[in-house]
Structures are given as C-alpha cells and as structure tokens.
Design a protein around this ligand. Structure first.
Ligand code: SOE
Length: 398
C-alpha cells in the first residue's frame, strides 16, 4: 500500500509566460519524479484576473487579491512569476505568513528589494526559498558543473558568457520589461542574471570584482501598448498612438574577477539580430574546457588537454544518458532530447524535495534567496561600474 503523501498546496502569482511554464511544471513533476509531497495546484492569483488561466491549467481557485492569497491558511507554497517590482512585497508577506516561497529570476528589480527578500528568508529559516534560474535544470549545464567539481578541467582561467536575444526591436511596445519602476533593469536583470548564476553554478566560484561595464539603451522611446498579453510578442497597440520613455537598458556587458583568480566576461542584449535565445557559456581550465549553448541545450562540448595530439579535439556529449546525466533518469531514453519546459519540471522536483524534507535526494541544487541575492549584488556592481566607469569590489556592494 503506497503511503499517503502530504499535500503541498501551491499558490501561483502571475498568469503570464512564466505562469504558464510553472503551471506546466506543477502539472507534470509528480508524474516523472518520486516526490516526498504531492503538489496541488490550489490558487492562481493575478491582479488582471485569472479565471480563464485557472480553468485552462487546472488551478482549483483564481484570485485577484494577492494579500489574501499570500496569507491563506491552506496555502503551503507561494510561487511568484509577476513583474519584478512585485516580487518583494509578495515574498515578504508570504514568508511572514509562514509559507515556503519560490520566485522567478531575477530575485528583484532592485538590490534594496532583493536584500529585503533575503533578510525575510533569514528571519524564517524553517521555510524554504527557491529562485527559478531555470537553466540549472538543463542536464548538460548540470553535467558541466559536475565535471568541474570532479576536476576534469582543473584550475579555472576564464569564463566567457553571453545571453543574446533579438526580440526588442523598435516596433516592440513599451512593455513592463522596459519600465524601470516595474522591471528595475532591462536585459541586465533579465539575461545577465541567468549567466552570472550559471557562472557561479558551474564553477562553484563567486565574483569578487567587476569592471569595464557598458550599459546602453539604444531604443529610447516606444509606443504605449493598449494591453500586454503576458508574453513578449502578445502586446496590442490601439488606434491612439502615444510614446513613452524606455527607462532600462537594452544591453549590458562587463568584465569580472573570479574568487579562484580567473577572469570572466558577460554580455546580455535584446538587440542581437538573429540570436533568438542564445544563452551560452564557455569555461577554460588548466586541464581542459567546457562549453554549452542553450539553443543546442542537450549537447555539452568538452576539450581535454590530455588527449594525445592525433585525436585532440572537442568532444560533443549528448547529455541524455539516464545512467550518467543529471535529471535524465526521470525522462526518456538516449537522445530523446529535452526542451525548455523540462528545465522547469526538473527544478520543480528540487523545490518539492526541499520542501518535503528530502533535500538529501536533490541531485542538483537550486538557488535560494541567498544565492540569488549574491547574483543581484553582481548585477548592481556592474551598474555602478558602468555609471562610474570604474572597478567595483563586491565587498563594497551589500
Ligand atoms: C525573456 O528575456 C525571457 O523570457 C527571460 O525572461 C527568461 O528568463 C528566459 O528563460 C527566456 O527569455
């Protein structure tokens, strides 16, 4: 007789693109992973209304009242996918109400908000926190982390990371992602957050200094939309054409020093024509190199300096072997490849194992609010470096 698992009632905040990705994860995670708790899709809360979203995805209730939902006695886990400026108020209220809290990246739009979320998590140590840096859920990136930890590339000399998209051309309306009061930053918090997390995740090192940052807004005004459909290409413009100022960056690049002494470079942009979701990282070590590109997410490239000259070259590893690659045992046979949505299902399994007291069964760590706060400090250091045209020591960014 299978034991009855405790329910974990989830309240999802935000019914947009990430709301869909997380709903898909909760719908599927218990079907593919053995979990200590049973996720229940209890309530979806969106101030613009979520009745149709709830019906489509199978949420039991829909609400527009975020305070009541965050405090509801029957809710165990609050999961935040709202625009960045709403992360802190919801997360702090939920932690103070005794909930576990998951939140989309970046942790917040500003370092002040991120700090408040971290401090609230510190004040409630028995409640789990989790940040959806979803690319940690890609088996190939998790394998890269394992290979570094196993010493396969030795001492790290360089990390080279880019996150290049091209969706933000001049015809894209003034979405929340272009408003500093709602997003905090543009490509920087949206995309550099991912590759800074990936750098620390794969190398196991921290960033200690930042310099040479360039931060730019190329498209300074955009047409004000009539509505935003919760996804990047869904906004509509009415008959009345008005323009508003863009108050965030379109692109930010910067250099950094790693705690192991190596150097790193980061580039994020939404204006790299032809690059659709080109999230890529390369790590060069004393004994070899690793490189990964999300647009080929199932492959990891590995170069071993110890290969003899006649066959030296990059090895292309298909990371779908259930006996060797993280998360894959839950899914399909070799080379029946995974996609973007699987990263969220994989991370949801980690979240629910942590909540259910099975942290020892977690194969790949997901970021806590503390980890994501460290990433937010790096983002802030890059902004300061760009504004002051200077080197910034992370010890000066709290
Ligand atoms: C838009 O840049 C976006 O949706 C990001 O916000 C996500 O984090 C990324 O996974 C895909 O692109």
């Amino acid at each position: 007789m299978a034991e009855t698992k405790k329910d974990c009632n989830v309240a999802l905040f935000g019914a947009g693109f990430m709301g869909r990705a997380h709903s898909n994860a909760y719908l599927n995670v218990a079907k593919f992973f053995d979990l200590p708790v049973r996720p229940v899709m209890h309530t979806v809360c969106d101030i613009l209304g979520a009745d149709a979203f709830a019906a489509n995805w199978g949420w039991q209730h829909a609400s527009t009242d975020w305070r009541a939902t965050a405090a509801a006695d029957e809710v165990d886990l609050v999961d935040i996918t709202t625009p960045n400026h709403q992360h802190a108020p919801v997360a702090v209220a939920a932690l103070e109400a005794g909930k576990h809290v998951a939140c989309e990246k970046p942790l917040a739009g500003t370092l002040d908000d991120a700090r408040a979320m971290k401090q609230a998590a510190d004040a409630h140590p028995d409640q789990r926190t989790h940040v959806w840096f979803s690319y940690r859920g890609c088996p190939a990136l998790a394998l890269a982390r394992k290979m570094v930890r196993d010493g396969k590339i030795g001492r790290i000399f360089h990390v080279r990371a880019q996150y290049l998209q091209d969706w933000a051309g001049p015809d894209v309306p003034l979405l929340w992602r272009f408003k500093g009061t709602e997003s905090g930053s543009g490509a920087h918090g949206d995309l550099n957050a991912h590759i800074v997390d990936a750098c620390c995740f794969v190398t196991g090192e921290q960033i200690t200094e930042v310099c040479g940052a360039i931060m730019e807004t190329y498209i300074k005004r955009r047409v004000i939309p009539e509505s935003e459909a919760g996804n990047i290409k869904g906004a509509t413009v009415g008959d009345k054409i008005e323009y508003g100022d863009v108050t965030v960056d379109d692109a930010v690049s910067f250099l950094a020093r790693l705690s192991g002494g190596g150097s790193a470079s980061f580039e994020a942009t939404r204006l790299a024509a032809g690059r659709k979701n080109a999230n890529r990282i390369e790590i060069n070590g004393e004994k070899g190199s690793l490189r990964w590109d999300f647009e080929d997410m199932n492959w990891l490239w590995y170069y071993n300096v110890e290969d003899d000259a006649e066959r030296a070259g990059w090895q292309k590893i298909m990371c779908t072997d259930a006996t060797a690659h993280p998360y894959v045992a839950a899914w399909w046979p070799d080379a029946h490849i995974l996609g973007y949505e699987h990263g969220f299902v994989n991370l949801a399994s980690t979240l629910l194992k942590n909540i259910g007291g099975a942290a020892d069964a977690v194969e790949v760590p997901a970021p806590t609010f503390q980890d994501a706060y460290e990433t937010q400090r790096v983002l802030e250091a890059a902004v300061l470096s760009a504004q002051n045209r200077s080197w910034i020591d992370l010890s000066d960014v709290k």
